[in-house]
Design a protein around this ligand. Structure first.
Ligand code: GLN
Length: 303
């Protein structure tokens, strides 16, 4: 497969959509990003990377970190995570509060904000430094020791994070937070602010295409756990648009409000696309279209 030629074709096909939608406005530091950016990269399971457009430009990784914190808790945890967070699609926006009250503070899945807060709380309890553990993992997998948090984004999120405060304190009232809530939130905001580019992300997500095996050949997840994370990405990774994403793209995927999306073809490749204009559900307009084009042109999807 000539991935470079496919990426160039995809970029040309979706060019009219780049700039459509709107960057996330509820986090002021993200609202300032130029919506006319587009980058995309693919890595095969051996780590050969191809890219197009702004694929080497860093952006704020946001909710894509939810995949990595979940994998780390599954790897380090005591096997009881699924008692505290579900694995069903929510059918509601990523920052919705509504189901928590009916479901005793147990979030529907680890990829909505409430679920990710539970996962970060667990990672904090397991390691004493959730965000540091995440950053070290991302540096190792991407081979980029220069990866850092973006303090401007982290402070901006914290200052405008009332919804996440509400989610975390509500779950604490139901007994579903271990650590002090303020500390969990701090780690969550910093976690979301990690700056990476498409190249870093396709490499960092590669363990999901390698059935749980890390870049250095060691095992992070069992084959079965890697399958489970990919399955939850397929059903929940793009929030209340997960059905449409599966229909169009046909791959496990995870989006973030920075306009990035990763997608995984187990045994074959990982993809990352970035374009900041979001649709009403918080997914990149040009990003979803580009992934749709990629699996259509290559014929390579899990279906
Ligand atoms: N940091 C964002 C938030 O908590 C992440 C949401 C997202 O990327 N969907 O609201």
């Amino acid at each position: 497969m000539d991935y470079q030629a496919v990426l160039e074709q995809v970029a040309a096909d979706v060019a009219p959509l780049v700039g459509s939608g709107r960057p996330a406005e509820y986090i002021p530091a993200l609202a300032a990003v130029d919506p006319y950016r587009f980058g995309m990269a693919v890595a095969d399971v051996d780590g050969e990377v191809h890219g197009v457009g702004d694929w080497q430009e860093p952006f704020s990784v946001q909710s894509i970190t939810k995949v990595f914190t979940l994998a780390l808790v599954l790897a380090l945890g005591t096997g009881d995570l699924w008692k505290y967070v579900g694995r069903e699609p929510s059918g509601n926006p990523f920052n919705s509060l509504v189901q928590l009250e009916y479901e005793n503070g147990i979030p529907r899945n680890p990829f909505i904000n409430a679920g990710a807060l539970v996962v970060t709380d667990r990672l904090q309890a397991l390691t004493g430094d959730a965000r540091g553990t995440l950053l070290e993992f991302l540096r190792a997998e991407s081979g980029n020791d220069g990866l850092e948090f973006d303090p401007v984004v982290a402070e901006s999120e914290s200052a405008h994070g009332d919804r996440n405060f509400a989610l975390a304190y509500f779950m604490a009232s139901c007994g579903n937070m271990r650590g002090p809530v303020s500390r969990v939130l701090e780690h969550y905001f910093w976690q979301c602010s990690v700056a990476m580019n498409c190249r870093d992300l396709v490499l960092a997500a590669r363990f999901l295409a390698r059935h749980g095996v890390r870049a250095d050949g060691s095992r992070l997840l069992t084959r079965s756990e890697a399958k489970q994370v990919n399955a939850v990405m397929l059903t929940c990774g793009t929030y209340d648009a997960a059905g449409d994403f599966a229909y169009r793209v046909g791959l496990p995927g995870k989006s973030g409000v920075g306009g990035e999306i990763i997608a995984v073809m187990p045994g074959q490749y990982t993809l990352c696309v970035w374009s900041p204009g979001l649709d009403a559900r918080g997914n990149s307009v040009a990003g979803v279209a580009a992934l749709d084009r990629f699996t259509t042109l290559t014929g390579l999807s899990v279906f």
